[in-house]
Design a protein. Structure first.
Length: 275
């Protein structure tokens, strides 16, 4: 799958993000197509629990309200490979399961799928009452980090129901921090699935921009913005997987004959602030 190969490109971006410095300049306005949105999402691995044939473990959805007929099913979509495996282990260790379920559990495995592929499937099956839905399972640590940041900003939150994404801003009333990458000075706006990575960039920004902070957004809001807005920074948005997912990506074979994009960080150079 080409999307799996593209995961390698993210490593170069991440390395440059953590090594590079801030670029402030004009970014051209470019509208995004559905394919461009998918390609941006493809760099994020999502982990499904599947059987040995690759079919997701799912459960049927109950009948809806107002006489809506039942239909469709839902499967868990984990942002952590370790947490997906822990779910399988819990099923295998459960007491009192019937023999049929015990046999099913034996074949379960963690299967990574690009987020863009899930997005594309959901877009293509919007009108199908029997479609497969995905219940995203954010990383517990990132949920806690997101809620801590929201509370520090004065918001009262008891829960965070989506997948948190962390964006570094020059100030609460200013734009997101872009960076420069590689010998061609490529400009990107990183959005992190890990609070720790966002803090790494924030620490680089703070000396020159004391009011810089981390904004907590969510994956649904990012996708909605990519679909509906025509803001200048959207074409430069790059989603950065968590450290755990990057470690997994490093284990994937590189595309034969292609220069490994993971080496792009070797060409990263500090960006200069424009006047």
């Amino acid at each position: 799958m080409k999307a799996l190969v593209r995961w390698g490109a993210t490593l170069g971006l991440v390395g440059s993000t953590l090594l590079g410095s801030v670029f402030v300049g004009n970014i051209p306005v470019l509208a995004l197509s559905e394919q461009q949105i998918k390609e941006k999402l493809d760099v994020i691995p999502v982990y499904l629990v599947t059987n040995d044939k690759g079919l997701p473990l799912s459960r049927p959805l109950p009948a809806g309200q107002n006489g809506q007929k039942p239909g469709g099913s839902v499967t868990g979509a984990y942002l952590s490979r370790q947490e997906a495996q822990a779910f399988i282990n819990d099923l295998r260790n459960a007491q009192g399961k019937d023999p049929k379920m015990a046999e099913i559990v034996k074949s379960l495995q963690v299967t990574p799928v690009p987020l863009g592929v899930i997005y594309q499937q959901l877009q293509q099956t919007k009108s199908d009452p029997n479609r497969l839905l995905f219940a995203f399972k954010p990383v517990d640590q990132e949920i806690k980090g997101a809620m801590d940041l929201l509370r520090q900003s004065g918001q009262k939150v008891d829960q965070f129901t989506s997948v948190p994404i962390f964006a570094v801003r020059f100030a609460p009333d200013q734009g997101y921090v872009p960076i420069q990458l590689g010998s061609e000075k490529e400009q990107v706006v990183p959005l992190f699935f890990s609070k720790r990575d966002a803090l790494g960039l924030l620490n680089q920004v703070k000396p020159k921009f004391p009011k810089a902070d981390i904004q907590v957004i969510d994956v649904d809001g990012v996708i909605k913005t990519l679909q509906e807005k025509n803001d200048p920074w959207l074409n430069q948005v790059v989603l950065i997987p968590s450290p755990e997912s990057r470690e997994y990506i490093r284990t994937l074979p590189k595309e034969n004959g292609a220069k490994s994009p993971a080496n792009r960080n070797n060409n990263a150079s500090p960006a200069k602030k424009s006047n």
